[in-house]
Write a protein that binds this ligand. Structure first.
Ligand SMILES: NC(=O)c1ccc[n+]([C@@H]2O[C@H](COP(=O)([O-])OP(=O)(O)OC[C@H]3O[C@@H](n4cnc5c(N)ncnc54)[C@H](O)[C@@H]3O)[C@@H](O)[C@H]2O)c1
Length: 284
């Protein structure tokens, strides 16, 4: 356990706010919980957490976690950042707003972003709790990818300690730039991986509802093959069969656009982020 510090969680009654608060509450850190919606405050009351006004919490904090929706990060940071003590770390949970330049910044305040990786599909799990924890932050260990806009080793250390506590159990924190984090999330994991996950579900529905295949059969073969597809492609466990490679080529030429890798280009990332943040365009 690192030295206890003071942490403010803004948006503590939301989805991520609740998750990180559940973990921070188990530490020796002093934690202040802020939440402005009645529904979020009711969720906090159910968990026995007292609400502190954001303006009060942030001036007491060494680290301020902004667990508010990405669309609220602009107004929330403009209201709270001017109040902070010099040297405070402001931690957001997604790179979109930071990369789009929507955060109110200050020279004497350190800005960091930390996104949970979620437990790997290849994680060696041992307990029912680890198997059940697909999101992470409860029982199954996960990595975290983070970015910090400071060369100060002490600030990085308290940021890493906070990250490890709030997303626990954490295996490793991988430090990248804010731009690299935006290339990973949304592009690599939401635009591509989550989209493919949704495509698998749509394909399953097609096999069941349009083709009339019994659901247990379709689900069983899809879930097993999804593991094989990932293990063969990402871990090199086994080669795909020759016939499978022909079927994969058929799928690629019929389903994938030739220029699909453009989603990694800066201008496309900006378009994606502008849509996600409900902006006309990203202005940097
Ligand atoms: N939901 C996920 O799976 C997930 C995963 C990783 C990262 N994130 C990131 O976490 C952040 C929070 O997302 P979420 O899904 O938990 O959102 P959410 O909508 O579930 O929760 C946000 C909470 O913030 C509260 N809030 C809004 N403005 C506030 C203010 N001014 N003061 C105090 N509280 C305020 C809201 O009432 C709400 O309870 C976002 O940056 C998101 O990108 C979310």
């Amino acid at each position: 356990m690192s030295n206890p510090i003071s942490i403010a969680v803004i948006g503590a009654g939301g989805k991520m706010g609740t998750r990180v608060s559940n973990n921070l509450a188990k530490t020796d850190h002093t934690v202040y919980y802020s939440e402005n919606s009645p529904a979020g405050q009711a969720r906090m009351a159910d968990l026995g957490r007292t609400v502190t006004a954001s303006e009060e919490a942030v001036v007491l904090a060494d680290v301020v976690i902004l667990a508010v929706p990405d669309l609220a990060l602009g107004p929330v940071s403009s209201a709270l950042v001017p109040l902070l003590r010099p040297g405070t770390v402001v931690l957001t949970l997604d790179p979109a707003a930071a990369y789009a330049g929507l955060l109110t910044t200050r020279e004497d305040v350190v800005f960091a972003v930390a996104h949970p990786c979620h437990p790997s599909v290849f994680l060696e799990r041992h307990t029912p709790e680890e198997y059940a924890d697909t999101f992470g932050g409860i029982a199954a260990p996960q990595d975290v990818v983070a970015a910090i806009e400071s060369d100060d080793d002490e600030k990085r250390a308290i940021t890493e300690a906070t990250i490890c506590a709030m997303y626990a159990p954490v295996i490793d924190v991988h430090w990248v730039t804010v731009k690299q984090l935006a290339q990973l999330e949304p592009t690599l994991v939401e635009t591509i991986a989550c989209m493919i996950g949704a495509l698998l579900k749509e394909s399953l529905d097609e096999a069941i509802n349009t083709m009339g295949v019994p659901e247990p059969a379709a689900r069983a073969i899809l879930l097993g093959h999804t593991q094989v597809a990932l293990a063969n492609s990402l871990k090199g466990d086994n080669p795909f069969s020759d016939a499978c490679l022909i079927a994969m080529d058929y799928g690629r030429s019929n389903i994938i656009k030739e220029d699909w890798k453009k989603v990694f280009q800066d201008d496309e990332l900006d378009k994606n982020l502008a849509a996600m943040l409900h902006l006309d365009a990203i202005k940097r």
